[in-house]
Design a protein around this ligand. Structure first.
Ligand SMILES: [Zn+2]
Length: 336
């Protein structure tokens, strides 16, 4: 829910949330994650009306163990690389993520948007920072999925402190694969597009379950569904996880009617009787969150920046919330 930041110092160094989906996923979960092959039955049925059938990747659960998901949100890698605190923030985030992953051994990790702060990254290929952010999960062999936030492909915003008295700002561009600053030969100020970031992640990582989403929903990119299958039958779903691109950066901060219709179509196809629980992930909270946000301070055990910021909601409500509220199989929403 972090929107444009008024000043770099207001950006929280790291915020994360670890979720145990035990209340939702009860008995019958077993077997370590193994199969990523889509169930053939779903391949044939999903998205056949207006959309092309799409591959639905699946995960499996361990026998006799809960299925744990770790959620990392608003990591904001690559921030202010021309200062000390920006790169140090990334180092700290790697440490915290590593601790969470080592202590909790999650079965799956979700990067819930604002993986990078593109409006602070003056280089052509910001996927280098994206890659750093997912590196602790990859190093431990844990599969993951990611969605986009409002900062991930934003164009560069020139810091006012760069403008010296002659009026021509010095250039501070980090070299690829370097956390320190160097000359201007690597500079680019346009931001790396969502589709470029996602393609790089998918092309270079066997463990990612992220997807580009249906092309007719572009330029919103991270729209896809994953199936969690039972331990004894890879074709038997026990949970569907929906990921939606809530916009921001190069794109309006909304979930469009087209995305809502896509959700409705897919969910009715693959879960027609609402028997299987569904959980929903996107980055920017809906306007409804403003109505239910606590008016007073939130105390322990909650941690993070929630007491420093108000809910920064989407620009418009275009139908997805009404749709989800009416659907009995939708059990939880997770936002950033
Ligand atoms: Zn954000």
């Amino acid at each position: 829910m972090m929107k444009r930041h008024a000043a770099p110092s207001t950006i929280v160094s790291f915020s994360w949330l670890l979720i145990l989906l035990l209340p939702i996923l009860t008995a019958g979960f077993a077997d370590r994650l193994q199969a990523y092959d889509p169930p053939p039955s779903l391949l044939k049925t999903a998205l056949q009306r207006e959309h092309k059938p799409e591959e639905i990747k699946s995960l499996r659960v361990r026998e006799g163990a809960p299925f744990k998901i770790a959620l990392f949100a608003d990591l904001h890698f690559g921030e202010n690389a021309w200062t000390d605190w920006g790169p140090q923030q990334d180092v700290n985030s790697i440490k915290v993520m590593s601790s969470v992953l080592d202590d909790e051994s999650p079965d799956f990790v979700i990067y819930l948007g604002d993986v990078i702060t593109a409006n602070n990254i003056p280089i052509a290929n910001a996927s280098l920072y994206w890659d750093k952010a997912i590196s602790p999960t990859r190093a431990r062999g844990i599969p993951w999925a990611s969605i986009f936030g409002n900062h991930d492909d934003a164009p560069f915003e020139w810091p006012m402190e760069w403008f010296s008295s002659p009026g021509i700002p010095p250039i501070h561009c980090p070299a690829p694969n370097a956390s320190s600053c160097s000359g201007g030969s690597y500079c680019s100020f346009r931001g790396t597009q969502r589709i470029e970031l996602m393609k790089k992640e998918i092309e270079h990582n066997l463990l990612t379950l992220s997807k580009n989403g249906p092309k007719d929903l572009w330029p919103s990119i991270s729209n896809y569904v994953l199936q969690l299958s039972s331990s004894d039958d890879p074709e038997s779903p026990v949970l569907f996880m929906y990921f939606l691109d809530s916009g921001g950066g190069s794109y309006p901060e909304v979930i469009s009617n087209a995305q809502a219709e896509w959700f409705q179509h897919v969910s009715e196809e693959i879960n027609p009787d609402s028997r299987v629980p569904e959980v929903i992930f996107w980055h920017i909270p809906s306007k409804a969150y403003k109505n239910v946000a606590p008016r007073l301070r939130i105390h322990k055990p909650c941690v993070g920046s929630m007491n420093k910021e108000k809910v920064a909601a989407q620009e418009a409500e275009l139908g997805i919330m009404n749709m989800l509220v009416k659907r009995s199989s939708v059990k939880s929403f997770f936002k950033s």
